[in-house]
Design a protein around this ligand. Sequence first.
Ligand code: PNS
Length: 159
Amino acid sequence: MKRVLYPGSFDPITNGHLDIVRRASKMFDEVIVGVLVNAQKSPMFDEDERVKLINEAIKDLNNVKVIKFSGLLVDYVAKENITAIVKGLRAISDFEMELQMASMNKKLNDDAETIFMMTATEYSYLSSSLVKEVFRFGGEIAGLVPDNVYKYMHEKNKP
Ligand code: PNS
């Protein structure tokens, strides 16, 4: 069975992420969306909120599951017998950091193969950070995040 891990902060999941999950779910037997800690970011949503939001967004996909993991990515890969790590690439600017992470993961665990999927063009400008910034300043984020995330962000920020 080919199991792919799609790791990220998903703070929150965007329609760009969801598009990668959907496409990967057609290519692999199982997709595991891994909510992991990025030590360089301070999240808006706690891990349980992020897992819940992803679970709601992927509920129509029956070969996708969501997990949270607070250790090294390669430890999860080894423990769960993961075939490959999948990451989305939006632009050349993503490549540098992604190459660095893929190379470090390979150095730590030679079995940790990373494959890249090109982000759909309509989402090439989209990031969780930009969504949060636009939202904080009252901008419209409809169409950028799944409907459940849109609803949750607006409800959570009600006075
Ligand atoms: O969505 P992000 O923030 O770009 O995802 C980055 C993430 C969470 C995949 C990366 O920070 C990660 O793998 N964190 C787990 C800890 C780890 O293994 N760090 C070393 C990566 S080379």
